[in-house]
Design a protein around this ligand. Structure first.
Ligand code: FES
Ligand code: FES
Length: 169
């Protein structure tokens, strides 16, 4: 079988993997043990396979692994840092936004991208960010509440920590 080398960064780690030219990014990530990237519809309709590619959410079932050459990927496995859950993950748990959990990693990934580019989103912006994710369990309201709560927690934290210049005044 013809193979090629792929160089990429996953969750902050530089990696070189041997892949088949036609292999999908979803298949590659799962083959490498990133099982938080879920295999759902495989048609770009459910969002369960979402990862961040250079900070933007994409459906990994719609992309060839080879297209990730030199790119940076964030999967749900890289969202918690040093064993500490991201505020988004905490908010999903606190708001009952995780039930069977199948859609959760994809939703958290898309929400993460939203809060990175827009730390204080409106409800409409959150709904738009989660629009590509199908959930059979939660009715969508709880995930939306969770993202808004995470954004508001971050805002309060940022307010508590005064900028150095302000403290020195
Ligand atoms: S598995 Fe990729 S969008 Fe459904
Ligand atoms: S929590 Fe079950 S599909 Fe969303």
């Amino acid at each position: 079988m013809k193979t090629m080398e792929l160089h990429l960064t996953v969750n902050g780690k530089s990696l070189t993997w041997t892949i088949a030219p036609g292999e999908l990014l979803l298949d590659l990530l799962r083959r490498q043990g990133y099982f938080g990237v879920k295999r759902g519809c495989e048609k770009g309709e459910c969002g369960a396979c979402a990862v961040l590619l250079d900070g933007k959410p994409i459906n990994s079932c719609l992309m060839f692994a080879a297209q990730a050459e030199g790119r940076e990927i964030l999967t749900i496995e890289g969202v918690a840092v040093d064993g500490k859950l991201d505020p988004l993950q905490e908010a999903f748990l606190d708001h009952g936004a995780v039930q069977c959990g199948f859609c959760t990693s994809g939703m958290v990934i898309s929400a993460k991208a939203l809060l990175l580019r827009c730390p204080d989103p409106s409800e409409e912006e959150v709904r738009e960010a989660l629009a590509g994710h199908l959930c059979r369990c939660t009715g969508y309201l709880k995930p939306v509440e969770a993202v808004l709560a995470a954004a508001s927690r971050k805002k309060h934290r940022a307010r508590r920590v005064k900028p150095v210049a302000e403290v020195a005044r």
